[in-house]
Ligand binder design. Structure first.
Ligand code: SF4
Ligand code: SF4
Length: 179
């Protein structure tokens, strides 16, 4: 089967400790095969039944250091001309941030309608606390517009805020040319 038959085909992948070093080669291979869209999400920090799976979750700091290196490589190699990678694309968009893991919209988790084998839910299937609101700390944070507090259903590891603050400053440096 030739993947070039499907010009709008996109791949969604999950970064974790066991595959984190493979994304540059993987991205080149996808691009060579004619794929134009790739999303690389962090594996969710939730409670898994399997301890080995749990151990594969990257901390926020590990994931964002990976994204930082991945982004620089993507720019240096000019692969962005052939392969659009999320969330990197959204970080540079002039539009309002639509990535739920970074959005500061209070209704970000309740604006989806989900149909799944478990039935219908008028919100993201991960959302358990329907009354979730941003904390005072987040509302007062200098990067709230960029960070949005993350996902309310994902465990925040100790590196979370510091990693996001550093990543925000890194992106700002890229945008204003000082990095
Ligand atoms: S960096 Fe921390 S305090 Fe600031 S918006 Fe994000 S989660 Fe909230
Ligand atoms: S619960 Fe988490 S994954 Fe679901 S929409 Fe909200 S932020 Fe996104």
């Amino acid at each position: 089967m030739c993947l070039q038959q499907f010009p709008l085909l996109g791949i969604v992948s999950i970064a974790h400790r066991n595959n984190i070093d493979s994304f540059q080669g993987f991205s080149e291979k996808l691009s060579d095969d004619g794929i134009r869209y790739l999303t690389v999400n962090n594996m969710r920090g939730v409670e898994y039944n399997d301890r080995n799976v749990e151990k594969a979750v990257l901390s926020e700091a590990q994931y964002l250091i990976f994204l930082q290196e991945y982004l620089l490589w993507w720019i240096d190699t000019k692969l962005y001309r052939k392969l659009q990678i999320q969330p990197l694309m959204s970080f540079f968009s002039k539009e309002a941030n639509n990535l739920c893991l970074y959005s500061n919209m209070d209704e970000k988790c309740t604006s989806n309608h989900v149909f799944s084998p478990e039935g219908y839910a008028p919100h993201c299937e991960l959302l358990k606390d329907l009354s979730h609101k941003s904390t005072k700390e987040c509302l007062q944070c200098r990067i709230y517009e960029f960070c949005g507090g993350g996902c309310p259903e994902v465990l925040r590891d100790n590196s979370f805020c510091e990693a996001r603050l550093k990543f925000y400053d890194f992106l700002k440096g890229i945008k204003d040319g000082s990095n």
